[in-house]
Design a protein around this ligand. Structure first.
Ligand SMILES: [Zn+2]
Length: 336
């Protein structure tokens, strides 16, 4: 267990998920809290086969707990997956693929990077709530920063990003949303606002008056003064990309990194890190399987070896002696 996993709630994590079987049982409990339900026909009767899969009593279809989730057909042991989820959900700034690879002794950078990519891909739940109340909206350029450029590497491209942030009364910041915009036109900004802000909310923006911060500064305006919340969130996101990920995020993947930033930012005041971990696993277990191909669409990540993902990058299990499975026994309320 890496040191990062021993933070708040880490003890509980350590105690709960000792074996790959514990993790599988937890996923089963998440997926079928009332017992097995056939994903094909909805029949609630079935039996477990010798290989751990279930056979439906109605249609005799066979399925596994992980089928239809991001853990489908994974060759990475579930103890490794769960530890990665724990670090992703509970580390203050998340974890980079390189740190993940090193701390869990995952054989290839590519495997670690793809695991994080799969986790990022489940964070945006279709139909999630839109922002309400007073909402600041602005657009800003994100990405392209790269500290300590060496060897004449080209600077990445900056991408125009829409940011919406709830402003609390009398002060404070609520939830945020971020999405890449095709361009600086109203036709691009409008669907961002309608997609992320509830009708009836009070939208505060000066985007239409001020198309570039340079123009605003030339007029002597301070864009941070009018829209302090969006500028605060934008600078935090930029700093996170530079620190945790050293700015090495390709444009094709920027949206998924912003999704990760938003996921963590919007849960920054969660009373329990365990709840954030639970929420992440719930999203992961309820999501369609994510194929490696769909994550690597676009450019490939840096630092990857030129070998296919089916190489020898699959780490050994982090199994320890088994323990109780408290989610089965205790009356746990994790609905918060
Ligand atoms: Zn069935």
């Amino acid at each position: 267990m890496p040191a990062e996993g021993r933070g708040r709630g880490g003890g509980e994590f350590q105690a709960w998920f000792r074996t790959d079987g514990d993790c599988l049982d937890y996923l089963e409990w998440l997926r079928w809290p009332g017992g097995f339900t056939c994903p094909s026909c909805g029949c609630a009767a079935g039996w477990r086969l010798g290989d751990g899969r279930y056979e439906c009593a109605g249609c005799h279809g066979r399925t596994s707990v992980t089928a239809g989730t991001i853990f489908d057909r994974t060759r990475t042991p579930l103890t490794v997956w769960f530890t990665a989820c724990w670090l992703f959900a509970t580390a203050k700034d998340g974890i980079s693929a390189l740190s993940l690879q090193r701390s869990l002794e995952i054989g290839s950078y590519q495997t670690a990077w793809a695991m994080l990519g799969r986790l990022r891909s489940v964070l945006v739940r279709p139909g999630r709530d839109r922002l309400t109340g007073r909402v600041e909206v602005d657009e800003t350029f994100i990405g392209g920063e790269e500290p300590g450029l060496r060897g004449g590497r080209a600077r990445g491209k900056k991408v125009l990003t829409g940011i919406a942030v709830e402003v609390k009364e009398p002060k404070g910041i609520g939830r945020c949303r971020m999405a890449l915009l095709a361009d600086a036109s109203s036709a691009s900004l409008h669907p961002f606002v309608t997609g992320h802000v509830e009708p009836g909310a009070t939208v505060i923006t000066d985007v239409h008056q001020r198309r570039s911060q340079r123009a605003a500064r030339a007029r002597g305006d301070d864009p941070g003064k009018l829209l302090p919340a969006v500028h605060r969130v934008a600078s935090l996101a930029k700093r996170w990309l530079l620190s945790t990920h050293q700015g090495s995020v390709e444009e094709a993947h920027l949206q998924s990194y912003l999704d990760e930033f938003v996921f963590r930012f919007n849960r920054r005041r969660s009373r329990s890190r365990g709840l954030v971990f639970y929420r992440l696993l719930e999203l992961a277990a309820g999501h369609d399987p994510v194929r490696y191909r769909s994550i690597v669409a676009g450019k490939r990540p840096r630092k990857i070896p030129p070998t296919p993902p089916a190489g020898r990058g699959h780490p050994p299990s982090l199994e320890r002696p088994p323990a109780e499975r408290p989610w089965r026994a205790a009356d746990l309320d994790y609905s918060g």
